[in-house]
Design a protein around this ligand. Sequence first.
Ligand SMILES: [Zn+2]
Length: 245
Amino acid sequence: MSKSILEAKILQDEAAAYAWVEARIWPEGPVCPHCGGVERISKMGGKSTRIGAYKCYQCRQKFTVKIGTVFEDSHVPMRLWLQAMFLLCSSKKGISSNQLHRTLGVTLKTAWFMSHRIREAMRVVGVEPMGGEGGIIEADETFIGRLEGVPKQKSGSAHKNVALTLLERGGAARSFHVESTRRADVEGVMRANISKESRLMTDEGRHYRAIGREFASHESVNHGAGEYVRTPTPLRAITRSSSAA
Ligand SMILES: [Zn+2]
């Protein structure tokens, strides 16, 4: 890490550091983390006011961009957070809490806390396979953005975007944009994301037949026969209803 990067304005100037983070978390302008409001939010001014403080006049509460982020509940200046992030990201071998403590001039305890939070935030989510022994994974595809004037077709996706959704019963869901529902397009996603010990549930689509044999079991339901009805329910609602079942 060259010294010059650490001298960049957003890493040295607290207001610039806040502005940089706010632009990323609130690309459309500040959002109140208490009530979700976006209107009637004022930046608080005055010498005694902390940098980055806002007040929402809908719920009358104060907030900063730190709420709901890795910076929450921390009194570490934003510019030091950004310095720590730059250091951790730019070092191939990573940086120990001890190095962070010496470089940033924060206590060892603070350095440990910061590196823990930052590593947690940088952890790549979604790489662990879903399911496992006894786990049930439902795979289903959704067609998005049917072209206007094109009659609804039973199959065929050449003119649509296809999202392949993997849903763990009682657990998380992952959606992927796939080129089509051809085997070549869905199998790789399923192999990479579903543990082989899982039980697979799909519709009767031909593209699931071969891959289905790679899992502990494969059951298919027939949409057409009304075994279950697929509705455009938000994923959270699907998760709830399937865990209740
Ligand atoms: Zn509010």
